[in-house]
Ligand binder design. Structure first.
Ligand SMILES: [Mg+2]
Length: 231
């Protein structure tokens, strides 16, 4: 690989372990709201329904078909209904609690902390993430990794969300580098990889499940540790 002058990272599912953190938060709230007593078969069933509905909604969001407020107000109503509990008000309250609890969870993807530690003295680094300043900032500090980054660029602050070129250019402006000097690391083929490519930035696709695809990518990795050999 060529040599780079700065590194951009996605946050959710790339550094911050959204899956584990989400499961922990949901399990806590499932018990707190006594959802089993309210008629939902089991946590595992609830979690499976959540996974399906959540993925579908974020996919619509990434394609610009719904905005984040729909996720906030409708996601758990859909999950509750699909799991057999039609309680809109309760679902709204649950949603609020989930959104405040989730970012306070601290699990990172395996190797994330070590990789950032290794990269920090070698490159200026930035986070490029779709989301709100407060929530994404809380995730970074809960995970204990804020200090590794020279800039944290959310779609809220940039006024542009991945895969738009604008958010990548905003981040590079903050770091003071050109697209050809940067590399973007992320887990999403559309938002991270296609977005970075459109901005003229090389890309690393973090693909731990080895999902099949036919995109042309600068580098593909299955674990974060693999990056230490090339950066
Ligand atoms: Mg991601």
């Amino acid at each position: 690989m060529k040599s780079y002058k700065c590194i951009l990272f996605d946050l959710d599912h790339t550094l911050w372990d959204y899956e584990s953190n989400s499961e922990e938060a949901l399990r806590e709230l499932f018990d707190r709201y006594q959802l089993q007593q309210a008629g939902i078969t089991s946590f595992n069933y609830f979690f499976e329904v959540f996974g399906r509905i959540n993925t579908g909604l974020w996919d619509l969001y990434d394609r610009g078909l719904i905005d984040q407020s729909v996720i906030r107000t409708e996601r758990f109503h859909k999950v509750f209904s699909a799991a057999g509990l039609d309680e809109y008000k309760l679902s709204l309250q649950f949603s609020g609690d989930y959104l405040s609890l989730l970012p306070r969870k601290k699990n990172l993807l395996p190797g994330a902390q070590d990789l950032l530690q290794y990269l920090r003295p070698r490159y200026p680094m930035g986070v490029v993430t779709n989301g709100f300043d407060e929530i994404q900032g809380t995730k970074l500090s809960s995970g204990g990794i804020s200090h590794f980054f020279s800039t944290i660029v959310t779609s809220q602050r940039a006024g542009s969300k991945k895969p738009s070129v604008g958010i990548f250019m905003f981040a590079l402006g903050e770091l003071g580098f050109d697209p050809a000097e940067a590399i973007m690391i992320g887990d999403n083929l559309q938002t991270d990889i296609a977005g970075a490519r459109a901005a003229g930035i090389d890309q690393v696709y973090f693909n731990p499940r080895q999902a099949a695809h036919d995109e042309k990518i600068t580098l593909e990795i299955r674990t974060l540790n693999e990056l230490r050999a090339v950066l």
